[in-house]
Structures are given as structure tokens and as C-alpha cells.
Design a binder for this molecule. Sequence first.
Ligand SMILES: NC(=O)C1=CN([C@@H]2O[C@H](COP(=O)(O)OP(=O)(O)OC[C@H]3O[C@@H](n4cnc5c(N)ncnc54)[C@H](OP(=O)(O)O)[C@@H]3O)[C@@H](O)[C@H]2O)C=CC1
Ligand SMILES: O=C(O)C(=O)Cc1c[nH]c2ccccc12
Length: 718
Amino acid sequence: MGSCKDQEDKQMKCAYVDGAIIVGAGPSGLAVSACLSQQGVPSLILEKSDCIASLWQHKTYDRLKLHLPKQFCELPLFGFPKNFPKYPTKQQFIDYMESYALHFSIHPKFKQAVLKAVFDHSSGSWKVQTQDCEYISKWLIVATGENAEPVKPEIFGIDKFNGPVVHTSEYKSGSVFRNKRVLVVGCGNSGMEVSLDLCRNNAIPHMVVRNTVHVLPREMFGFSTFGIAMALLKWLPLKLVDKLLLLMANITLGSTEQLGLRRPKTGPIELKNVTGKTPVLDVGALSQIKSGKIKVMENVKEITRNGAKFTDGQEKEIDAIVLATGYKSNVPSWLQGKMEDFLYVKDYYLPVFAERKPEDKTNVEWTLLHRQVCGYIRQWIDDNVLNHVSEETHACSLWNKFEQLYARKAGNNKLLLIKKLICLKYKDETLLSDHLNAYHVILNQLARMNIKFEDERQGLWLLGTLPDLWEIFRTSISNSAPNGVVTMDLAKSNIMNEEMRRKSQGPSQSEVLVIEKRGMSQSRGPKNKDRSKNKSNRVSAIIDDFLVVYDDDVVNFACYETNWVIDSGASIHATSRRDFFTSYTFGDFGDVKMGNNGLTKAVGMGDVCLETNNGTMLLLKTVKYIPDIHLNLISAGKLDDEGFCNTSNDGHWKLTKGSMIVARSKKCSSLYFMQAKVSDCIINTMENESTTELWRSRLSHMSEKGLMVLAKNNLILE
Ligand SMILES: NC(=O)C1=CN([C@@H]2O[C@H](COP(=O)(O)OP(=O)(O)OC[C@H]3O[C@@H](n4cnc5c(N)ncnc54)[C@H](OP(=O)(O)O)[C@@H]3O)[C@@H](O)[C@H]2O)C=CC1
Ligand SMILES: O=C(O)C(=O)Cc1c[nH]c2ccccc12
């Protein structure tokens, strides 16, 4: 497979990829990689998630099976195992993907969310930026699929709904909805299959059908409908195949109209070609609709606290909502360029811009190309605009209509987008990378309308989208920004680092311990209660006379003040804060053993200048930059080597140079905590005599038990 050569870069690591970059380790990405490697072309797959086929592994329900026979779903060069059933289960499909990757030695780079990909004309290469590296290659292959992001429409009143609201990507099984009335919004394959699963778990699904839909049987007369369709298409024109399919569907299923499932005027295959809308293959839902167990509802007008109002005036009480509203590609949010450029890249410009049909194309080819281009252009269009052009099959008129719509709505859209930008807030339970994507999408849309913001404003605004609970994180970034300028890159990389840090600690360990208050033994009860009201500060342990709180949003420093652990056992100085460095070299500075015996990498090294509590400047040399470490660490041994004198006596620790006291703290187990400000000046005033005022560390009284908690949470280096 491909390899990459790292290069030093001012802000961001950068890697030259030997071969092609493939974005996405789903079935398509793996297949492309395998085919390329068979031709001797190396490639590197960048994958946002932590595994291959992540949609299958993380975002599918338990009961899912392929609904096309396996021979239509196998990847090139290495087929399904012979013993797999005709319709493999989700787990079988995942196992097949895993063995496929193994067979071709495909090793994607995981947790690489592509934020931006731009073609650099001067070097003739693609620059693909993830949260922590810029990958450079001559070739970019986009294999992120059509289902990269769940679509969660804003339904009026849904924020007031009292029960759970889940998207099908989060739905696993109907067992948790037993005896509950569930509103399933959407009647694609997901909506139908989830409704069926709810029925089988004795829940009461109400499925919203707002539009026409083609429901076909999965099999007709013992043959898969898809197989029949593909076979007929070899011999007959598309429209005729559609007619035959509908005829046979009517024979096997009966009319679906009276069940509330009206068919579109366009046939199923033509509709799929033109709009991308997949026919629903029935795997049992239809008979549950017939028996009344799945209730078909019209579109939702409004969601109330405990129910829904429908457009036909009906009102129903409901206990939960499942959004089966589909997925969308995220490509337009990170692949930079104008739609027009992509028409040229894909050779799709002819139907839009050519005056008449080129002579080398037949009428059939020309019509097909028009339809393909229409389908392609529609992927770029917002849902609300899509409704106006969904029936258009002529590329040129679609383009004109689309331009008119946008031109007419431009002012309105600008306002809408600005409003969106202002209202965008990060929600704690979502992925930060998704939030960044959403932010980028708005900025890109505005940029396309010629509304551009300077880099610093973009960076500051991004920080502003974080909720109030992130105040300390936000302040620390803006305080420590070089020259006080928070660039977009700085804001982004800090936020992504923070997400990585949180993820690497796992859900139960994603908090940082903060010693909050001393002497609580008398007043624990009410204080606890008060704290628990505040979502961010949850009391999790009371240790001796200290209240230890887990704080979701406090990083291990307070604003400009930072805490440093001075460890007699550590052999290096280290921090996870890239912005602390006054000088910095990027590179591989070796593996570092973590408290939990895991290994992590030092990816840079440099100097950090601290102002200790008594105003003394302390220059830490060769501090390692370790993105995964959770504390700022000073090695006592290394200070000794640098000519300082570490003394500890009777639980007190003192750092001196000559006659000057540089810092003091109280000893706690084998560690000391020191508070210091990070300074960006490089002068070392150690040579100057200065006042030896004492300082008090907030953490200096931490109990041994507290340290054990820190250690357990992998916050301390061995
Ligand atoms: N077993 C399998 O192999 C399965 C395969 N799939 C595939 O996965 C892909 C995604 O399927 P799916 O998740 O069903 O998504 P789809 O996009 O196919 O369907 C989304 C549904 O939600 C409706 N919808 C969207 N927004 C709203 C709204 N605001 N109010 C009411 N209804 C709304 C759409 O209606 P409208 O048409 O009016 O826009 C449509 O019925 C498809 O290709 C599908 O074939 C899915 C499940 C199982
Ligand atoms: O499941 C999918 O994603 C499909 O595309 C299925 C499909 C596309 N065209 C068809 C025609 C008849 C039956 C199934 C399909």
C-alpha cells in the first residue's frame, strides 16, 4: 500500500503520499484500493472513523441484511465466501469487508476526517487536509459514498418533544420501544425496515409517508427483482422494463395505493437514474401495513410535547420518534471547487453548455447523458430548492432554472446563511469534526456568494460557536494565540486536538480532574446538590477533605494560568499544547510510555517559557510535544541536569538556582504541582536576582488518593 513522507511544516504536519489518496474506507474505497494495487499503483486510504465500513459497523440496525442477492454486492477480485446465504446479514457483510482488506493488505489511516481538499494548480497536486495533517498527492479518489451524513430535518416543534428522538443511524433494535407508540418519519428502505422491526418488537409504529414511493417485492416468482430488472435491461428499453416491473409488482403485492403508498408517475429504474431515489424492496413491512400494525400517516405538521399533528388534521400521542429521513454525501462540504468545475472534470459539461447534440453521440446516449448530469447536479442542491427541479430531465434547462432560483433567492439565501452562521452552536453530544464541517459548509456557501470573512474572524467565530461551558478552553486559546491572533487553523487544530484528547480518554474518562474546594467535610450534602444542577461540573468523588469534581470542559489549565506536574520519575518535559512552544521542531521524537502502559508518540520538540508564581522566568528546554498526554509535565531529573537544584524536604519541594528560589510547592506522593503562566518571551531571567515571594498551588494539597485517581485516569506519565 502507499506510504507517506513527512515533512516539516510551520503549522501543520504534511505528508507526501506515494500513489493515490482515497477518501473513505467503505466498500468502494477498499475496492478501488485493491484494484489499484493489483495494477501496481499504491494508495493511501484516509478514513474519518476508527474502522473500515464504518457505516455498516456503527450506523446500522441489528436486523439489517443485504436486500440484493450477494452476487450483486460483492467487490471485485475477491468474492463472498461460498457458504454465505443469498442475502448476507450485516455481520457477515462486515466480516467479508474485513477479510477483503486483510487479503489485499489494505491499512487505512483511521481517525482522519478530511476537512478540505483543494487542487493546487501550481504543483499539479491535491492538498487534502485532515485535522492533523496535510496529505499531498497527484491523485484524489473520493469514496465517501452517498450516505456519509445522516439527514435530520428540522420538524416544527420537535425540540419540545418529551420523548427520545433518534435517527435510523442510531437505531439498533425495536426492543427498547416495546409497547411504545413510535413515529417513524420517512418511508425509504430504512423507514420500512425499522417499522417492521418495531412491529416485531411489539411497538406501535406510525410511518410518515409524505410523498410518492415505489414499493417492489424483494423477489418475484423466486427470482430477485433486482436480478430480473438487470437481466431485462440487457434486451429491452428502460421504460418497458419499468412497465414490466410494475406489472409484476402489482401481481405479487396488489395495489399499494389504498395503503397510502402512491406510486410516482416515473417508473422505478428511471426514477433511480434521474433522481437517485431507490425503490423500496419489501421484506415484510407491507403485510404489516395491510394488517394495520404499521399505521401510514400523512406528513407531520407539528410535533408537540407528547404527540404529533399531521397535515390531514389528525393528531396522535406518541412516545418516541425515529427519523428515517435518509443520508447525504458530505463531499460538497470539503471538496473545494465550483460545481461548474466538476462538470468539466467529469466530462458532464456537454449537455449543459453545448449548443446542440454532438455528432458522435446517438439520441439515446445524449438523452442518457442529460439525465446523468441532472442527477449529478441535483446532488449539489439544498433539499428546499430540489423540490423545484426534481422532475427536470434536461440538463440545460435544469441549469437555467437552478441559476434563476439561486439568483432570485440570492439575497434571501445570504440572509439565511448569515442567520445559520450566527445560530450555529456546537452540541455536546455531537462530533466536533461534524460541527467543523457544518461551519465550513456555511462559510463555503457564503464564499460562493462572494461574502468572505478574514481568517481571524473565521477563527474567532468558530470559537464563538462553542457553548458557554467551553469558556475556559476558549479563553486559553485566545490568550495563548501567537500575537493574539486566533487564526482559523489555530482554532480548528485546537478544537480537533481537544476532541482527540476526549476520545482517547474514552467516555468514562474524558474528564479532567480538578480539585475544587477544601474542607468540605461539613457541607458536602447541599454543595453536592448544587453542583449536580450544573451540567458541566459533576461531583464524582470526595477524597479526604477535598471535593473532586469532573469537569467536562476544563482542560488542565485555567485561562492563562497553567498547571505543571513536576515528576521525579519522569525523564522528559512534555505538554500536549502546541501553542505553548516559543520554538518548535516537528518530527518523530520517539514513543513515550503512558501511565496505562500504552505507548504514544512525541511528534515535536521545542522550548517552553514559563513565568512561575513568583514572577521568575523558567525556560524549559527540549520539551516534547505529545498530543495524547493529559498533563503538562516537568521532569525533576531533567531540571537537575540543567543546573537547577531540586530539593524536597518534609513534604515541601523547592526549585532553586544559585541563591534564587525559582518555585516551591508541597509534595504529594511522588508529584508536585506547580502553577505557572506560559510566556512567549524567550529571555531567561534566571540569572537575575528577583523577589522570592512564595506562591501557593491550588493543587498542592492534593491527597495521595486523589493522585491515584489521576493515575487511574491515565493522566500521569510513568
Ligand atoms: N437492507 C438494505 O439493503 C437497506 C438499504 N438501504 C439503502 O440505504 C439508502 C438510504 O435509505 P434510507 O435511510 O431509507 O433513506 P432514503 O433517502 O431512501 O429515504 C428517506 C425517506 O425519508 C423521507 N423524508 C426525508 N425528509 C423528510 C421530512 N422532512 N419529512 C418527512 N419525510 C422525510 C423521504 O421522503 P421523500 O421521498 O418525500 O423525500 C424518504 O421517504 C438507500 O439507498 C436504501 O436503499 C436502507 C435500508 C436497508
Ligand atoms: O438497493 C439499492 O440501492 C438499489 O439501487 C436497488 C435497485 C435499484 N434499481 C432497482 C430496480 C429494481 C429493484 C431494485 C433496484
